[in-house]
Structures are given as structure tokens and as C-alpha cells.
Design a protein around this ligand. Structure first.
Ligand code: FAD
Length: 500
């Protein structure tokens, strides 16, 4: 009888979540709301250890997740000092002084033969067309600091929110929905001698908490999945250049609120600016091979606008993923499962997907290999797509002003990404593979923004006369301009919709 068969005979009813950061509370709320009537759910967190306290920019999938678990948007935004996010403003990534927006919206209209970029490239060749972003509502609204949303209004957005307040907000909901809560440090993890599964967690107080399934949300500590089960880690530092960040909060210096995360390339990495209602979140993500922690702190403090509100904090990480995010009776959700870097704000999305998939593949009748393989396979496919998307930004830079950027340019690419870049460069084609997060819209905006000019486009678009093409483009552009004109500023919208 193998290990899986031993556990297979046991139904899974008691779920224990170790860790109460963003990942722990996201997991607790989702499990409680969706499966709380049939599961017994416990969460343990340690106030002495605390949380990492960063992770404040999200992507639109967070809205879908919140809807799924019944979270009210206005209530959430008021509770977390949140603002709206329509995309990311990339500054100086291609070259100093060259900026572009990766917006969350769809750009233009496509035909079944050719995506919109083919029409736009034809128009450019014929001396018309303007900027690619003119055909995207979210791009245009964000560049004018405007925002509005209402039921039925087709606008794709996400949030900037206070990470600590977000965890607190979720914690209240989880406890209201029956999650049992223990505060204290886990000092021992007991394993079953026969099959190596986790049996129980022992707190400093001496209390023992038993479970059938354990969710490791202990952050970089990876107490269960790595320190206990020694699952192994796939290191991606040869692919992703940054391995540390320094974060600091500052006072807001303007009454305008940009509905975008700013991502500004620096000498040895990049820095984020995340506007909340009451403050700015800032951080410099850098490579420790190229710059010291002290220098990164100094560079960040020199670059930020407002007065710092706290001491800068350095957070080190190793880019990569756990070899299995589900191993035996432990599932890693959050930083314990791995971390790439914050460039495209995918962390919280991945935690949400981690728990959504767990609900979908929940091992009610026992843990078996096929469930684990399915779960792990989907997680790796998604992470690989995100990794390639992040690499794209670094690799396509034309900067050669520092060793960091010169090293980024020559990095060897995975075949998956090299193929994607060639396909776009030679033919203007882009695609979203099955299970991938980023849509064609995202790939195209970043590839164009990072300076790729496709050599050819699909000739079906030549079937349109110049006049028809101009009319087609205008029919997309004009309503966007009208819609943006009628929108309030982002700051005004927040004031009446979700002022904290
Ligand atoms: P943590 O916040 O570290 O929580 C770990 C929990 O485990 C804590 O409650 C701790 O007390 C508990 N714990 C640990 N050990 C024990 C123990 N022995 N006993 C009991 N409890 C224990 N994601 C995004 O989506 N957008 C972003 O903009 C973004 N920016 C990021 C920037 C940086 C620099 C980093 C590093 C990550 C970023 N992320 C971002 C990723 C991610 O969203 C955040 O890092 C996230 O808040 C981390 O969540 P976590 O719950 O996994 O870990």
C-alpha cells in the first residue's frame, strides 16, 4: 500500500491555515464562504512575526474574486483606503524619457482573421492611425486621470489598497463566517511516521491543532511546505534579475490621484508608486548583484516625492517557485509557494487562483495523486506565462546606461518567450495560450511599448480602402473620447463613491 492509498481512505474535513497575511485571509474567506458549511476551518497567525505588509496593487481578476465571495466593492474600498487602477504606467523602461501604459482594457476591435494591431499597423503605414492607446478606453481615461464605473459600464479596472487593512478586512469576514482563529507562533509541526503527512501544529502555548489538510500561508518562511516537507524550490534567478525590494510609505503631495500604478525604471531595477487615498506606497525592486541595500534605500528616498511616513524596509527574495505547491496534505498559497517579483502585480491574483483551484479540486474523499498533479500542473502553467511576461519588460530594454540593464538585454530567453517575441516581430501575431493570465491586449501593449515594430501584418486588412479604414478607426476612437470627456476625475469619483 503506498502513501497515497493510506491517506485516500480518509475524508478531508478539517482544514488548518498556517499564517494570516494577505494569502492566509484570502484563503480563509474563500473557503469559509464557499465550503464553510461542510468544512471545519482554522487559521493560526503570529502577531510577533507579523506580515510582510506590502502587496498593494491588484489586477482586474481581484474584482471577479471579490464578486465570487460576495465582497461589496464600496465597503472594501472605504475600509482599505483604496483607489482605482486602470493599468501600469511604465516610465524609462525602453529608454530614458520613453513611457507607455499597459492598460487593463481591450484595444480596438478585431476581426476573426486579424487582431486589431494589424489594422492599426496598416493605418500607420498609410500615414494615419495615431497612437495605439487612442483605441482603448482605459488607456485614455487613465492618461487623463479620469475614472467612472457603474453597472453595465464596460470598463476593466482593479484596485490599489492598503495591504494591512485588506488583511484585517478579510479577517473580520472570515471570523464572522465561522473560521476558528488562534494567535500564536507555531513552533512544532508533527508528521505522521507512516506516510509523512502533516498531523498537527503545536503552538508556543502548547496547544496542538490537528488537521486533515494544511494550507501553508506562512510567507517566505514556508514553514510547512519547505521546512517540514522539504518540497524543493525551482530557482528562476537566472531568468528574473531582481532579488530584493525596499519599501517606504510617503505623504501624498497632490490632490490628483493617478488611476495607474507607476513603474519607473531605475539604475538597477525599478520603483513602484502606488497611490492610496491617504498616502503613497513606494518601493525600489532591485538586483543585489548590482547595487547594495544601502544604496537602494538612498536612491529610493531621493526619488520619492512626499515626506516618508515610516522607516524604509528591505525585503529579500529568491525568484522562483516551489517544485510542488501541493505536496502530500499541504497546499502552499502565498509567498510560501514562490514569488517572481511585483512588476505586473500578480501576487494577490495568484493567491486567489490558488484557493479558487483548491475549491474546484478539493479532496473531499481523500488526497490522491491525480488531484495534486492537476492542481500543480495548472499552477506551473500559469506561473510560466507570468514569468515570461515579466521577463519581456527587462529583455526588450534598449537601455545600456548601467551594468544592470546591459545584463538584462543579453539574458538568454526561455523558448516559449523567444518564440512569442519572434512571432510578433516578424508577423504582428500575439496569443494567449490556454491557462495563461495575460491576454493578447497585454502582450501587444507591452511589446509595442518596449519598442518592437512588427515587420509585417496580415494582408487581409489591405482589403479595406483607406477611407474605410479611416472610418473604422474613427468609429472606435470617437466614442472613447466622448466617454472619457463625460467622466469625472478619479479623485472626484473616489470622493463620492468610496471616501475612507
Ligand atoms: P506574509 O504577509 O508574510 O504573511 C505570513 C503570515 O504567516 C503572517 O501572518 C505570519 O505571522 C505568519 N507566520 C509565519 N510564520 C509563522 C509561525 N511560525 N507561526 C505562526 N504564524 C506564522 N502582490 C500583488 O498582488 N501586488 C503587489 O503590488 C505586490 N507587491 C509586492 C512587493 C514586494 C516587495 C513583495 C515581496 C511582494 C509583493 N506582492 C505583491 C506579493 C504579495 O501580495 C505580498 O507579498 C503578500 O502580502 C504576502 O502575503 P503572504 O500572506 O504570503 O505573506
Amino acid at each position: 500500500m503506498d502513501n497515497n492509498e493510506i491517506k485516500n481512505s480518509n475524508e478531508v474535513k478539517k482544514v488548518v491555515i498556517a499564517g494570516g497575511g494577505t494569502a492566509g485571509w484570502i484563503t480563509a474567506v474563500a473557503l469559509a464562504k464557499k465550503l464553510g458549511h461542510i468544512l471545519d476551518i482554522t487559521l493560526i497567525e503570529s502577531n510577533a512575526i507579523g506580515t510582510i505588509g506590502v502587496g498593494e496593487a491588484t489586477i482586474p481578476t481581484s474584482r471577479t474574486f471579490h464578486q465570487l465571495i460576495g465582497i461589496d466593492e464600496q465597503e472594501l474600498m472605504r475600509a482599505t483606503n483604496a483607489t482605482f487602477k486602470l493599468g501600469i504606467h511604465f516610465e524609462n523602461w525602453l529608454q530614458e524619457g520613453v513611457n507607455y501604459i499597459h492598460s487593463f482594457g481591450a484595444t480596438g476591435k478585431e476581426s476573426w482573421i486579424a487582431e486589431f494591431q494589424h489594422f492599426w499597423l496598416r493605418a500607420k503605414e498609410q500615414g494615419m492611425g495615431g497612437n495605439f492607446g487612442e483605441y482603448c478606453l482605459e488607456h485614455q481615461a487613465s492618461s487623463q486621470k479620469k475614472f467612472a464605473c457603474a453597472p453595465g459600464m464596460d470598463i476593466n479596472y482593479a484596485y490599489h489598497l492598503d495591504a494591512l487593512l485588506y488583511a484585517k478586512f478579510l479577517k473580520n469576514i472570515a471570523i464572522e463566517h465561522g473560521v476558528k482563529y488562534f494567535e500564536g507562533k507555531i513552533c512544532t509541526v508533527n508528521k505522521n511516521h507512516n506516510n509523512g503527512y502533516i498531523d498537527s501544529l503545536v503552538l508556543e502555548s502548547g496547544q496542538t491543532i490537528q488537521g486533515d489538510l494544511f494550507i501553508d500561508c506562512t510567507g517566505f518562511e514556508a514553514l510547512l511546505i519547505e521546512k517540514t516537507l522539504q518540497t524543493g524550490f525551482e530557482d528562476w534567478s537566472h531568468l528574473l534579475p531582481c532579488d530584493a525590494a525596499v519599501a517606504v510609505q510617503t505623504e501624498t503631495t497632490s490632490t490628483d490621484i493617478l488611476p495607474l500604478t507607476r513603474s519607473i525604471a531605475m539604475g538597477s531595477g525599478w520603483r513602484w508608486c502606488i497611490p492610496l487615498q491617504n498616502r503613497m506606497g513606494n518601493g525600489y525592486v532591485y538586483s543585489r548583484r548590482h547595487i547594495s541595500d544601502d544604496q537602494a534605500i538612498a536612491d529610493l528616498l531621493k526619488a520619492v516625492d512626499g515626506k516618508p511616513l515610516n522607516e524604509p524596509r528591505v525585503i529579500k527574495h529568491r525568484p522562483g517557485v516551489r517544485r510542488k505547491v501541493w505536496n502530500k496534505n499541504c497546499v502552499a498559497i502565498g509567498l510560501s509557494g514562490g514569488f517572481l517579483e511585483p512588476l505586473e502585480s500578480t501576487g494577490i491574483h495568484l493567491f486567489m487562483m490558488g484557493v479558487v483551484r483548491l475549491i474546484q479540486f478539493f479532496p473531499f474523499s481523500g488526497i490522491n495523486q491525480s488531484l495534486q498533479d492537476q492542481y500543480n500542473g495548472l499552477a506551473v502553467a500559469e506561473l510560466t506565462g507570468i514569468r515570461d511576461f515579466i521577463m519581456l519588460h527587462y529583455h526588450l530594454t534598449k537601455r545600456d546606461d548601467t551594468q544592470f540593464w546591459r545584463d538584462c538585454r543579453i539574458k538568454e530567453l526561455p523558448n516559449t518567450l523567444a518564440h512569442r517575441i519572434n512571432l510578433f516581430k516578424n508577423n504582428a501575431h500575439a496569443y494567449q495560450a490556454a491557462g495563461e493570465l495575460f491576454r493578447v491586449d497585454s502582450w501587444v501593449q507591452v511589446m509595442l511599448g518596449q519598442g518592437i515594430v512588427p515587420e509585417h501584418y496580415h494582408h487581409s486588412v489591405k482589403l479595406m480602402s483607406d477611407a474605410n479604414l479611416a472610418g473604422f478607426l474613427e468609429s472606435i476612437k470617437a466614442p472613447i473620447q466622448e466617454k472619457v470627456k463625460s467622466m469625472p476625475t478619479h479623485a472626484d469619483f473616489i470622493q463620492h463613491y468610496c471616501r475612507s
